[in-house]
Design a protein around this ligand. Structure first.
Ligand code: MN
Length: 228
């Protein structure tokens, strides 16, 4: 993500309000983006207003070093910075429904770490349906390119010193309630068809840069073919 700093500005949706309909309708997206996401960006700016020494930091830097922040600021950045960061990743992880799947290195790594895209979907759906209360499901990678599904509560992120989220699924009720009411499982099933794999694949490539242009051991073509 680009390193923007205080005062943080809301990112526009990368599609129209009705750009994901009927999977996610315009009212749901508009409230989610213009009200909920806005609240976190505003809250983040408010929190930093009295800390000029931290106003040069990017959202990512602040969140990666939560532990080093002043005690009074920590919970505010955790909530508002986390909320802003997660929502930007969420909105940027979706596209109009249509066939797409992981590309290049990510495709091979998904097969290695989850077996197949289908199995990743099943595990992600199970994690999202089973998440108690409000929170997030992420696809994350470590520096070596290993993929993991992680869940967090509220607006918490995985530890950014160890992992980079490349895909975020919002399972707060506000993400789906206007359209799906209590039917979280239905929202998740539909959401999994909206994933913008082109962007997720690009994010993976940005984090995991292997100079040899190869995946870690055990991920060669021969291994994959043998496993099928
Ligand atoms: Mn949300």
């Amino acid at each position: 993500m680009k390193a923007e700093t205080y005062p943080f500005v809301m990112r526009p949706l990368p599609y129209e309000y009705d750009g994901l309909a009927p999977a996610l309708d315009d009212i749901t997206l508009q409230f989610h983006h213009d009200r909920h996401y806005k609240g976190y960006v505003d809250g983040l700016n408010d929190a930093l207003a009295n800390y000029p020494e931290l106003q040069e930091k990017s959202m990512y830097e602040l969140l990666r070093n939560l532990g080093g922040l002043p005690d009074a600021l920590k919970p505010l950045i955790r909530k508002n910075g986390g909320g802003a960061y997660c929502h930007e990743l969420y909105f940027d992880s979706m596209k109009r429904a249509g066939w797409q799947e992981p590309e290049g290195k990510l495709k091979a790594a998904m097969e290695r770490d989850f077996g197949s895209l289908k199995q990743w979907k099943e595990k992600t759906a199970a994690a999202a349906v089973g998440l108690f209360g409000s929170g997030w499901v992420f696809l994350v990678t470590d520096e070596a390119g290993n993929l993991t599904i992680m869940t967090t509560a509220n607006q918490d992120l995985p530890d950014l010193r160890l992992f980079t989220p490349i895909l975020a699924l919002d399972v707060w009720e506000h993400a789906y309630y206007l359209q799906y009411q209590n039917r979280r499982a239905e929202y998740i099933e539909v959401w999994l068809k909206l994933v913008n794999w082109k962007k997720v694949s690009r994010r993976y490539d940005e984090v995991y840069k292997d100079e040899r242009g190869e995946l870690p051991e055990g991920t060669g073509e021969a291994d994959r073919e043998a496993g099928e």
